[in-house]
Design a protein around this ligand. Sequence first.
Ligand code: ADP
Ligand code: NI
Length: 215
Amino acid sequence: MDLVTATADHVRAQCEGESSGHDWWHIHRVWRSAHALCDAETGADRTVVELAALLHDIADAKFHDGDETIGAKTAAAWLRSLGAPEETVRRVAEIVANVSYKGAGVADKVTSLEQRIVQDADRLDAIGAIGIGRAFAYGGWDNRQMHVPGEEPVLHATTEAYRAAKGTTINHFHEKLLLLGDRMTTDAGRRLAAERIAYMEAFLERFHAEWEGQA
Ligand code: ADP
Ligand code: NI
């Protein structure tokens, strides 16, 4: 079996039915979007992109005492167990290590074209209609309040503060989702994100109008 198929089967078995936002269908959508972004960009190594898309959420810092290296380590161990070339292991692990959003005040670290593609694909799945669905699903899963009226958006300056915060789901739109449009680094990703951001802005306007009894 080739590396990509073996990895897809493995990841699917690991995360099928997961309910905090990293279920197989999230991975599947990111994999497919990453494929599409590869078509739009020239020069990306498809195997590296596909493997990283499949493995990007294989282990999450927020479920491992904030260990930000756990994802890359787990991905590398898996690929080595398949006998993948060391250069592929290194490149995939580097993407997994740098893909995630670490807070409104924390700059992204861009390491390669392949990383930019996987990161944009992952971020597209955090915004738009799917992103709204995932945010509220996560909020319920993590016992968060949906919204507290009158509360000003809170943006965190460090990864530790961002991870530790227990804000509302509406706050998550302000501290992450609405900011992702300006954090896309591929042209196709940026275009798709603009549409999805506009959709979320309209959703929030409607949400607050209904909350106030004005719609
Ligand atoms: P990813 O890197 O796959 O976008 P995360 O691990 O940051 O994801 O989060 C998984 C999903 O849960 C995403 O859709 C994200 O926006 C959502 N999410 C993460 N943190 C929160 C939160 N505090 N409130 C609401 N949704 C959240
Ligand atoms: Ni993801």
